[in-house]
Design a binder for this molecule. Sequence first.
Ligand code: NAD
Length: 253
Amino acid sequence: MSLNMFSLKGKTALVTGANTGLGQGICVAYAQAGANVIGVARRSCQETADKIAAVSGSFTEIIADLSDVSVIPYIVEEAHKAHERVDIVVNNAGIIKRCDAIDVTMEDWDSVININEKVVFFLSQAFAKRWHEDGKGGKIINIASMLSYQGGIRVPAYAASKSAVMGITKALANEWASHNININAIAPGYMATNNTANLRSDDQRSDEILSRIPAGRWGTPDDIMGAAIFLASDASAYVNGFTIAVDGGWLAR
Ligand code: NAD
């Protein structure tokens, strides 16, 4: 047993939604753990690049819109131009649309399901195809949610997509664990990022949420760094298809 098993030295990690919030935190954590990081985002990842430069890490940005699966071959191609092999894929990019269920449009439903669910599956498949060919395995980490377990309020497409993320994680683990691919998920609790800006600015909802979190505070991108490194490293070699909640105790209530 040694701390070396948590090292990502010599590995390359691709993280979607790398320009803000949890994705940015995961990128910085992986750079600190020694990985080359490739960040995929719709917009510039300059802030992430600066944070990684500050820890003398390696960062490459791929600008791509993940609202449709047709962008996936481009991402795979660009990633392999930057590095010979991608070892770790983090499906972090995601959107949430708040609306009474009775008013949800098909357009909004599709936009949430596409990025939160369909792209998660097909980006995983695209890299897994390479890993099946070279036989060297890999790590996939999906970002799930408390709404992988619960229904939430006024976010039915999000709840459906994040429940699917937990299902995809288990389904792929069953097929790919024997290919030395670990596929697991992290379910963040209520974290202070853009995703929860509306909730945090609503005093009533914010108080309701805070009073239910045993840790008594919103989480931060720093809080998921440990779980993200664990699931990307050799330390999790025999962990398959599991979703780790990093939630300040929310699910324990
Ligand atoms: P965020 O809004 O800061 O991050 C979302 C990321 O997804 C951004 O980097 C954004 O650029 C990217 N993204 C969105 N649409 C995209 C598109 N079409 N193409 C490319 N990238 C796109 O919020 P966050 O909290 O950091 O969210 C990250 C993940 O964590 C999401 O999957 C979210 O559902 C999940 N999550 C967040 C919380 C929370 O409380 N903040 C809780 C559970 C799960």
